[in-house]
Design a protein around this ligand. Structure first.
Ligand code: SF4
Length: 238
């Protein structure tokens, strides 16, 4: 199948599929042009496990911002070992990173929202764009219950990416944390240990912190920007 062949009816069918069926469909139809993008949070762990059961072969990639927690690197290694998989790693462009640090220092994300977004662009968004160039179908772990901003996330949608169309699939969009934990425990999956330390959403060190009981899931991200209307996104998901 080609992206151009995906009609509104196809999208409707995809949006009605349960996670396993959707992931299988994506890899069956697009093979190497389909990949799971994960930052090794719990959803990525579940999606990789489902793919390992229903797809003959599958690709997974991650953005290594060079600022990840040791526990996240450990989760990547454990996943590679369990599934005999090489997770493709995309790093920030060396020159862009050097230029950014020379202009604003390592900790520019504390200065203001624009500098945080600049840092996220250099360390995450641009490497992610390079990953997206290698695929037509991008599988992500977005869920509707993560924040108000994500509450209408579809399971499948066509998005514009650098003047072309790609299919973005969020197979766990309608899962909640209880269901995710249940899947992880029942299948004894290796998961990022930060989730045993109070974290609920994980990005880079410093910019991700554990939650205080009762806080919304993404409150621990960029805590110094905690205002009701503040969009807690790095820019990878527009
Ligand atoms: S999460 Fe923080 S350190 Fe990581 S890319 Fe974004 S602003 Fe930079």
């Amino acid at each position: 199948m080609k992206i151009e062949d995906i009609t509104k009816d196809t999208l409707k069918k995809l949006n009605a599929m349960p996670a396993e069926e959707l992931i299988k469909w994506a890899f069956d139809e697009f093979g190497e042009r389909c990949a799971i993008g994960t930052s090794f949070q719990l959803t990525g762990t579940v999606i990789i496990d489902i793919a390992s059961r229903c797809a003959k072969k599958f690709r997974g990639f991650t953005i290594d911002t060079l600022r990840l927690h040791p526990e996240t690197y450990e989760a990547i290694n454990n996943t590679e070992e369990k599934y005999v998989l090489t997770v493709e790693r995309y790093f920030p462009d060396e020159n862009a990173l050097k230029n950014m640090i020379e202009r604003f220092g390592e900790y520019l994300f504390f200065m203001d929202k624009a500098k945080q977004e600049y840092c996220c662009f250099v360390r995450k968004v641009e490497p992610n764009k390079r990953a997206l160039k290698t695929l037509d179908v991008w599988i992500t772990g977005l869920r509707r219950d993560q924040s108000d901003y994500r509450k209408t996330v579809p399971k499948a949608e066509i998005i514009d990416e650098e003047n072309r169309k790609i299919l973005k699939i969020n197979p766990l969009a309608d899962w909640d944390m209880a269901k995710i934990w249940q899947y992880i425990k029942e299948n004894d999956l290796p998961y990022n240990k930060l989730f045993d330390m109070g974290y609920d959403s994980i990005g880079c060190i410093i910019c991700s912190t554990p939650l205080v009981k009762g806080e919304p899931p993404r409150s621990g991200r960029w805590r110094w920007f905690n205002k009701e209307d503040e969009k807690k996104e790095c820019g990878i998901h527009k």
